[in-house]
Design a protein around this ligand. Structure first.
Ligand SMILES: Cc1ncc(COP(=O)(O)O)c(C=O)c1O
Length: 440
């Protein structure tokens, strides 16, 4: 009998998927394996890494903080790394509201990861109306193709998929509205008409049910796990207007899009939209440590500041506001201040655009999509979706050539750390071209 527990790997079927690869160390965009290989991490290790693996500045900040104080309870206490992060984030978030004369995001609630940041946002939205004496305003609207995480509430607002299928009984009901997925629009319908159609359905729902709907949750501009679907800012702006009109809170799930992925610090910046609540995670610590953050406006938080104890937000995770994670996040924000991070992002975006343009020549390519550092190629497939037979073939093909890419079914995408060089990014695209030319 084995002397150690067997690690049960996420999103992995031990009967079907290749054995895990043993990584010994990682630096920049490279994973160095125990068997002497170098693998280029073109997905930022599940979209978390921004400034490169083992970034020395973030590593040093964590080490320094660990020698001072690793973690303390955040209920009733606070500490410098958390306060510093709150100030640092406020600075980056302020333009969202201020420049547009809209309410600013002023309060921050810590949690552990993207899913819990989403759970917090949903619970805040529902309790907000309850605290205001409107408990009937508790229903949630979410988009088709949306993905918001794997905990029960996050799964509920995520669209139906192989990830959620076994858990139907655990998911609560939400109103599901169509997403402006332009490539999948009905034949003969223009892009503008499709967006209008999606807006109209949302408008009708909010009009009819404004007394019972608390919030709309969406991934701004990029529906990521649903297939790297990039959609027009027009939809987001209209959704914002409708939410305001019907007193529905808008939750922007920027768990992936936050921290520069789309070309601006936040996708909401790009669209000129100020949400009522925003979920952040993944890149927040530069990819070093888990952390979730939900930020909200003063209007939302003020409903919880009350003489009535029952208006308290009774939610908190053991590692809330972890000082090491805060130190990593502060170091990452400092890198945004000191280094030409947005130049790096722009350089990636430029190469993405150039290389994606080449794919239109291939018959198997249905559509290419890009926003900032994310470049995607949707391949034509009879079995389109996460379980497409293309996926395992592509995944192995890329790995055999030393590139880590994890296609979302028939959608191949690139989402590298910002420190990737031009040569390395071209190498990734060369491998994708080879796959498209030889596999299908
Ligand atoms: C938009 C979005 N929200 C939430 C999550 C869940 O984050 P986590 O995996 O950290 O729980 C993800 C994860 O991919 C995501 O892309």
């Amino acid at each position: 009998m084995s002397s150690s527990l067997k690690i049960w790997h996420p999103f992995t079927n031990a009967a079907l998927d290749p054995s895990p690869i043993f990584v010994e160390r990682a630096e920049g965009v490279w994973l160095h394996t125990r068997d002497g290989r170098k693998i280029l991490d073109a997905v930022s290790s599940w979209w978390v890494n921004l400034h490169g693996h083992a970034n020395p500045r973030i590593a040093a900040a964590i080490a320094e903080q660990a020698r001072k104080m690793e973690h303390v309870i955040l209920a009733g206490f606070t500490h410098e790394p958390a306060e510093k992060l709150a100030a640092g984030l406020r600075k980056w978030l302020a333009p969202l509201g201020r420049a547009r004369g809209k309410p600013e995001l002023t309060h921050l609630f810590f949690s552990d990861d993207g899913s819990t940041a989403v759970e917090v946002a949903l619970k805040l939205a529902v309790q907000y109306f309850s605290n205001l004496g409107r408990p009937m305003k508790k229903e949630i609207v979410a988009l088709e193709h949306g993905y918001h995480g794997d905990t029960a509430g996050a799964m509920s607002v995520s669209d139906d998929s192989p990830f959620t299928d076994p858990f139907r009984s655990m998911r609560y009901a939400v109103h599901r509205v169509p997403a402006p997925y332009l490539y999948r629009r009905a034949e003969g319908v223009t892009e503008a008409a499709h967006v209008e159609h999606c807006v109209r359905i949302l408008a009708e729902l909010l009009e009819e049910k404004s007394e019972s709907i608390a919030c709309l949750i969406l991934e701004p501009l990029l529906q990521a796990a649903g297939g790297m679907i990039v959609y027009p800012a027009e939809y987001l702006r209209k959704a914002r207007e409708l939410c305001t009109q019907h007193d529905v809170l808008l939750i922007a799930d920027e768990v992936l899009t936050g921290f520069g992925r789309t070309g601006k610090m936040f996708a909401c910046d790009l669209a000129g939209v100020a949400p009522d609540l925003m979920c952040l995670s993944k890149g927040i610590t530069g990819g070093f440590l888990p952390m979730g953050v939900t930020v909200c406006t003063d209007r939302v938080e003020s409903a919880f500041r009350s003489e009535d104890r029952m208006h308290t937000f009774y939610h908190g995770h053991s590692y809330t506001g972890n000082a090491l994670a805060c130190a990593a996040a502060n170091a990452s924000l400092q890198i945004f201040e000191d280094e030409p991070v947005f130049d790096r992002i722009a350089a990636i975006a430029k190469i993405n655009a150039e290389r994606l343009a080449q794919f239109s020549d291939f018959a198997v390519v249905g559509e290419t999509r890009q926003i900032g550092t994310m470049g995607a190629i949707e391949l034509r497939a009879d079995d389109a979706g996460y379980l497409s037979a293309m996926r395992p073939k592509l995944y192995r093909f890329f790995l055999e050539r030393g590139v880590l890419l994890r296609p979302l079914g028939n959608v191949v995408y690139v989402l590298p750390p910002y420190v990737i060089s031009a040569d390395e990014l071209h190498q990734v695209y060369d491998v994708i071209v080879e796959a498209v030319q030889t596999l299908f």
